[in-house]
Design a binder for this molecule. Structure first.
Ligand code: NDP
Length: 504
C-alpha cells in the first residue's frame, strides 16, 4: 500500500500497478508470462493508439475561443447565437492543409481548411470552410477523383504532377481555384494570416419566414501575409510544423488571433437574374455587386490541453445547422452534407457526438437514437426509445419550420449551362485584384510545378490560362518554353476538341 496522498499508477480499470519497468518472466532469464496482464494491457492499448487518418485535411491545428456579434442581423436570420450585438458564443476552430498526411509540412502549397464549431444554445453549428472563396469542382461526383490526383500515385506512392495537372486541365471549372492556389495565397505565412470563407452559398431565414442567400468571409485582423515559393520551401525543411507552432505559441503568450466576419447577402429575387450562378462554388459574388457587411468577431484565446482529445477527435460537418440557417442547393454542399458525417462515423464511430469537443455543450441531445459503439452517456436511461410516445419524451417543435424552396424541372443529370463563365472570374482576379508582384509570382509558381508534367498536359493547362487572360497564358507559355501559337490554337478549341488533341 502506498500513502493515500501519493498518485498511484493504475491499470485501465483502476487497480494499482506495483512495477512498470520489469516484465514478469519465468525465472531471471526465462520467457515472459501471459499472466503479466499489465504488460498485455499496455501493449494492447498502444497497438490501437492510432485512429484512421482523415482522408483529407489530415494535418491540422486547433484552438478554442468565442464569436461575438457586432451588428443587428435579425432581419436576415432567426439564429439565436446571432440575435443581438454583444452576444458571445463559444467556438472551437481547426485549421488544416488538405492533401498531405498527418506528418506533412504546414508550408505546402494547398488550400487551408478553416472549420468553426459554434456551441450555440440551439445546438452546434458547424461552418466548414477554406481560406479560399471558391473550390476546384462544382459537382460532388468528381470529388474522390479530384482528391486521388492530389494524393500519391498508385504505383510509385509519390506525389505526381502528371496526375495533378492532367485532371485539372481536363476540368476547366477548377481554373479559378487553381489561380488562387498558385498565387502566394496558396502558401499563407501562418494560419493567423489568412482569411476564412464559407465558399458555398448558404441560406439565412428570419422569423417571418423570409430567406436570403449568404456567403461568409472571415477577414484576418492580423493582415494577409504569404510566403513566396522560396520562403515556403525553406520553411518546409526548417520547421514542418511552423503554422501549428505559431498558433499555439501566439495564444500561449496572450496574442489572441481574431477575424472580422463580413457577410454578403442576396435576396432570392436578386439571385434569379444575377449574372453568375450563385449555386456554383467556383464563383464569387463580386464585392462591387454585393458589398460585404460587418457582422461579428471571432477570437481564439485558449489552446487545447490535449491534442488527440480536442483536435484529432474534433469532427465538423456542414450538415450541423441551427434554426435560422440552412443549406443552399449548391451541388458540392449537398454532397458534403452526406459525406462529412459519414466519414466521421467511419473515423470515430456512430457516437462521435458524445466526444466532449464535439458534444452540443449548450443544448443537450434529446432524441431516440440509442446504443452503438462507445455510447458512454446514460443512453436515454429508462426513458422511451421511440416516437411518438405518450410518456413525455422529447417532441419536435413545429414552430421551427424552415421556409420552403421552390423547385422545378426534371430529375436528370444536367451538364453545366454556362461553361464560358469559367474563365471570367479567374481573368478578373489576374487583371483586377492582383498587383504586378502577385502576377509575377503566380507565373513563377505555376511554371515551377506545371513544368514537371508531360508537354501535352502543359499545353492543355496553359491554354486554359490563356482563355482566362491572354497575358497570363503567354507568360506561362514563355516560362515553360511552349509554342505560344500552339497554346492559342488549343485555347480556341472546345473542351472536348482540346482533350482529344492532347490525348496520349
Ligand atoms: P474586388 O476588387 O472587390 O475584390 C478583390 C478581392 O480579391 C480582394 O478583396 C481580396 O479578397 C481578393 N484578392 C486580392 N488579391 C488576391 C490574390 N492574390 N488571390 C486571391 N484573392 C485575392 O473584386 P471582386 O469582388 O470583383 O473580385 C475580383 C476577383 O477577386 C474575383 O474574381 C475573385 O477571384 C477574387 N476574390 C473575390 C472575392 C469576393 O468574395 N468577391 C473574395 C476573394 C477573392 P479578400 O478581401 O477576401 O482578401
Amino acid at each position: 500500500m502506498m500513502s493515500k496522498n501519493k498518485k498511484h499508477l493504475t491499470k485501465a480499470f483502476g487497480a494499482t500497478v506495483s512495477d512498470d519497468q520489469n516484465s514478469m518472466t519465468a525465472g531471471v532469464r526465462g520467457p515472459v508470462l501471459i499472466q503479466d496482464v499489465h504488460l498485455l494491457e499496455k501493449l494492447g492499448h498502444f497497438d490501437r493508439e492510432r485512429i484512421p487518418e482523415r482522408v483529407v485535411h489530415a494535418k491540422g491545428a486547433g484552438a478554442h475561443g468565442y464569436f461575438e456579434v457586432t451588428a443587428d442581423v435579425t432581419k436576415y436570420t432567426m439564429a439565436d447565437f446571432l440575435s443581438k450585438p454583444g452576444k458571445k458564443t463559444d467556438v472551437f476552430v481547426r485549421f488544416s492543409t488538405v492533401g498531405g498526411e498527418k506528418g506533412s509540412a504546414d508550408a505546402e502549397r494547398d488550400p487551408r481548411g478553416f472549420a468553426i464549431k459554434f456551441y450555440t444554445e440551439d445546438g452546434n453549428y458547424d461552418l466548414v470552410g477554406n481560406n479560399t472563396p471558391v473550390f476546384f469542382i462544382r459537382d460532388p461526383l468528381k470529388f474522390p477523383d479530384f482528391i486521388h490526383t492530389q494524393k500519391r500515385h498508385p504505383a510509385t506512392n509519390l506525389k505526381d504532377p502528371d496526375m495533378f495537372w492532367d485532371f485539372l486541365s481536363l476540368t476547366p471549372e477548377s481554373l479559378h481555384q487553381v489561380i488562387i492556389l498558385f498565387s502566394d495565397r496558396g502558401t499563407p505565412a501562418t494560419f493567423r494570416n489568412m482569411n476564412g470563407y464559407s465558399s458555398h452559398t448558404y441560406k439565412w431565414y428570419n422569423k417571418k419566414g423570409e430567406y436570403f442567400w449568404v456567403q461568409y468571409h472571415f477577414k484576418t485582423d492580423q493582415k494577409i501575409k504569404n510566403f513566396t515559393r522560396d520562403e515556403a520551401d525553406a520553411m518546409k525543411s526548417k520547421d514542418p510544423d511552423h503554422a501549428t507552432r505559431d498558433l499555439y505559441e501566439s495564444i500561449e503568450k496572450g496574442d489572441f488571433p481574431s477575424w472580422t466576419l463580413e457577410m454578403q447577402v442576396m435576396t432570392p429575387e436578386q439571385a434569379k437574374n444575377y449574372r453568375f450562378d450563385i449555386l456554383d462554388i467556383t464563383k464569387v459574388w463580386p464585392h462591387g455587386d454585393f458589398p460585404p457587411i460587418k457582422v461579428g468577431k471571432l477570437v481564439l484565446n485558449r489552446n487545447p490541453q490535449n491534442y488527440f482529445a480536442e483536435v484529432e477527435q474534433s469532427a465538423f460537418s456542414p450538415s450541423n445547422f441551427v434554426p435560422g440557417i440552412g443549406p443552399s442547393p449548391d451541388k458540392m454542399l449537398q454532397g458534403r452534407l452526406f459525406s462529412y458525417h459519414d466519414t466521421h462515423i467511419h473515423r470515430l464511430g456512430p457516437n462521435y457526438h458524445l466526444i466532449p469537443v464535439n458534444a452540443p455543450r449548450n443544448a443537450p441531445e434529446m432524441n431516440y437514437q440509442r446504443d452503438g459503439f462507445m455510447r458512454v452517456d446514460a443512453n436515454g436511461a429508462g426513458g422511451p426509445n421511440y416516437w411518438p410516445n405518450s410518456f413525455g419524451g422529447p417532441a419536435p417543435d413545429k414552430n421551427l419550420k424552415e421556409p420552403p424552396l421552390k423547385i422545378e424541372g426534371d430529375a436528370d443529370r444536367f451538364t453545366y449551362q454556362h461553361p464560358n463563365d469559367d474563365f471570367i472570374q479567374p481573368g478578373d482576379l489576374y487583371r483586377k485584384a492582383m498587383t504586378d508582384y502577385d502576377r509575377t509570382n503566380l507565373v513563377g509558381n505555376i511554371a515551377g510545378h506545371l513544368g514537371k508534367t508531360q508537354k501535352r498536359i502543359q499545353l492543355r493547362q496553359t491554354a486554359l490560362f490563356y482563355k482566362a487572360d491572354k497575358d497570363l497564358g503567354r507568360r506561362v507559355a514563355e516560362e515553360l518554353k511552349l509554342d505560344v501559337k500552339q497554346v492559342e490554337k488549343l485555347a480556341a478549341m472546345s473542351q472536348d476538341e482540346r482533350a482529344a488533341a492532347t490525348e496520349k
